[in-house]
Design a protein around this ligand. Structure first.
Ligand SMILES: *[C@@H]1O[C@H](CO)[C@@H](O)[C@H](O)[C@H]1NC(C)=O
Ligand SMILES: *[C@@H]1O[C@H](CO)[C@@H](O)[C@H](O)[C@H]1NC(C)=O
Ligand SMILES: *[C@@H]1O[C@H](CO)[C@@H](O)[C@H](O)[C@H]1NC(C)=O
Ligand SMILES: *[C@@H]1O[C@H](CO)[C@@H](O)[C@H](O)[C@H]1NC(C)=O
Length: 276
């Protein structure tokens, strides 16, 4: 009964002159876990009784949300969207069928068709949603090699980020960035910079323009101000002194014993030349 009415309205009025719908002109980026807002505005006739609003996925016609008889109708809603969608029932009568989808995930990336039908016609518009993930706090590791230092950051997000390494003067440095993608919805980024200079002051910048994310991290390593560089030197110094002292003591003991030899002492064959 209802469907017959709906189809009748649908087939007689699709090209009515007043069928205007306003949706975003470009794609809308939504971060993982966020609530997506899908704007869809149409010309209202201020008669809620005949208003039908349907949101569907373009790719496979899954029903995302429906409204008629002045209430939400979720009997044919895809289970993928259960408990996740919301229409503002006051705004809808005014011609605003903006849909909210909570807990946005990678499967929600795609196109959504909004169809609003009233006495003025059938209004259709498509909203394209793009999935993005904020990059996580980058993990820093510093590798000291025999003649250079590698500074490396690792982080995950989506889509592919922009990465720049700069020196303290703001000059771009050449880096090595590789994107190792575990699945199509999360990029694992490893970016490193190699320097021969043991003292450096560099800046790592990562941008995910899709979600207006920008992270900047400074890595400063100096010879003078840093305790990190002194600890090995101090340890080396102590080891050297210990080694020299023990050598002296052993040498002295050895020579002392040599001058007053005991029968049970083991004497190295050519150690004589150490003692005067
Ligand atoms: C939706 O919410 C209802 C009540 O809050 C709950 O009983 C139901 O299990 C939920 N369904 C899903 C798919 O989460
Ligand atoms: C349409 O409804 C949404 C959600 O209720 C609201 O955020 C938005 O401001 C409304 N748009 C207009 C033009 O009133
Ligand atoms: C590192 O460089 C920044 C400029 O990029 C500067 O403001 C800061 O003082 C420098 N730090 C050290 C310890 O040299
Ligand atoms: C540094 O590289 C970034 C990204 O490639 C670029 O946008 C920027 O203009 C460069 N800056 C300089 C000073 O070359």
């Amino acid at each position: 009964m209802f469907l017959a009415n709906y189809l009748f309205v649908w087939s007689t009025l699709p090209f009515a002159a007043s069928s205007i719908v306003k949706v975003p002109s470009g794609p809308v980026t939504v971060a993982r876990g966020a609530t997506a807002s899908l704007p869809c505005e149409f010309t209202s006739d201020h008669d809620p009784s005949a208003l039908v609003v349907t949101w569907q996925r373009v790719e496979d016609n899954r029903v995302v949300h429906s409204y008629y008889y002045q209430q939400d109708q979720l009997g044919r809603q895809s289970s993928d969207y259960r408990n996740r969608t919301e229409l503002n029932l006051k705004q809808i009568v005014e011609g605003n069928a903006t849909l909210a989808i909570s807990n946005f995930g990678p499967e929600d990336d795609g196109e959504y068709l909004c169809v609003a039908t009233n006495s003025l016609g059938s209004h259709r518009g498509v909203v394209r949603l793009i999935y993005a993930v904020y990059y996580s706090e980058p993990r820093l590791s510093i590798h000291l090699n025999s003649n250079d230092v590698t500074i490396q950051y690792e982080t995950e997000g989506f889509p592919k980020p922009e990465v720049v390494w700069q020196d303290s003067g703001g000059q771009n440095l050449s880096d090595q960035s590789e994107v190792l993608s575990e699945d199509k919805r999360l990029y694992f980024l490893r970016s490193s910079y190699v320097t021969k200079n043991p003292a450096f002051n560099i800046t790592f910048t990562l941008k995910n323009p899709a979600v207006h994310q920008e992270m900047q991290r400074h890595v400063i390593f100096s010879k003078d101000g840093s305790k990190g560089i002194h600890i090995p030197v101090v340890i080396l110094g102590i080891l050297c002194v210990t080694f020299m002292c023990s050598t002296c003591v052993l040498l002295w003991l050895h020579c002392h014993n040599k001058q007053k030899p005991h029968d049970d002492m083991m004497v190295m064959p050519n150690s004589n030349n150490h003692c005067k």
